[in-house]
Design a protein around this ligand. Sequence first.
Ligand SMILES: Nc1ncnc2c1ncn2[C@@H]1O[C@H](COP(=O)(O)OP(=O)(O)OP(=O)(O)O)[C@@H](O)[C@H]1O
Ligand SMILES: [Mg+2]
Length: 374
Amino acid sequence: MISDADDLERRMDGFTKAPQALPWRERRALAHDVGRALRAGRSPAEVHNVLAFLAWDDQWMVRKAVADLLTVVPEDSYDIFLKELLADSHGSVRNAAENARKDRDRAFRQERQAAREARHVGELVNQLREHGEDVAQQAVAVGHRLYKLLSKAMIHDLRNLLWPLQANVERLQLQPKASTAAVARIDQIARQLAKFVEAAEAYAGDIPLEREPQKLKDVLQEASQLASEGVARAGLDPKSVHVMVDVPAGLRVEMARQTLVAAFANLIKNSYEAYRDHAGQLRPGRIVIETQQTKGQVIILVTDSGKGISDEDLKYLLEFVPGRRDKTKPLSTGFGLPIANRFIEAHDGSLAIISQLGKGTKVRIKLPTTQWRL
Ligand SMILES: Nc1ncnc2c1ncn2[C@@H]1O[C@H](COP(=O)(O)OP(=O)(O)OP(=O)(O)O)[C@@H](O)[C@H]1O
Ligand SMILES: [Mg+2]
């Protein structure tokens, strides 16, 4: 069976070889489909070349379709096409380009603002440390309780809306006359929403106080299995990436097992996703999970050679404030790292990330092997 992604790649490839062979309505449909793929987090290899043809098309409606998708084109294509389409001979194309520019600038400003606010929260907690670590921790705990209070009501309402939405999507899927593309899009939005609600709930949820000694190797293997299932649910083939769990079989750590399984699963899933290529598939790669033991603590390292994280993004992520979605990932909630950090901190542990853009990422989790604060 040819998937939509394969089909689009094939059409794009055919188009770049003979651009004139395609009637203009099909060229416009191609621009729409490229936009849809970009919005779903895919970035087909030929995207720049195809858009370069379409942005200079004789038909203004084709050029307008390109201007409409300027909000989602990759950074390196954006400047070139924006400049061209802002100077277009047709007013509708210029307007569409101008609107896309405004949208993109607004999104950029919001992101910068969110990053500043996240840093500000971190600074406030640091200032409180002058009054002692306990005071700082209590302030964080109060902040979290407020978040929990507010989000609980919201999550409840969202769930009540989500259930009938999902049930009706299922009914529509069975109707032969329903537009499959529209139903698929609604289904995708409902899934995104469900994942978001689930993540917000996990972040706000209580962490069990009971701790039991657990074999760390089993915990990490279970987490890795969970991550691989999550990756498969997102339509990626986890078999492309080999996970190596190199942990002594006898090493035990006291923990609330499911909490740490979930934390590690989030981290391992991120490492899988770091191998996503332009077409949105996983390229072959490796994730190495290993441990180092020092007195009173165990260090767990999760290392991948995936796409890495820029310094600027890393600074933001290390504030562990939820909600910053990665637009290149189709089902990103931005809750994965904050949840992992919260669950690890509840075990008196810490989470650090070292990363280099284009090279890969190492996540270092420290957990004490004795003495738990309850
Ligand atoms: N190992 C990694 N390699 C590259 N980027 C990473 C890695 N871990 C995290 N990131 C970046 O940090 C972002 C935030 O991660 P986080 O797990 O909090 O949310 P998410 O993965 O976007 O959403 P979700 O976890 O709900 O799927 C990711 O989207 C990704 O851009
Ligand atoms: Mg994640």
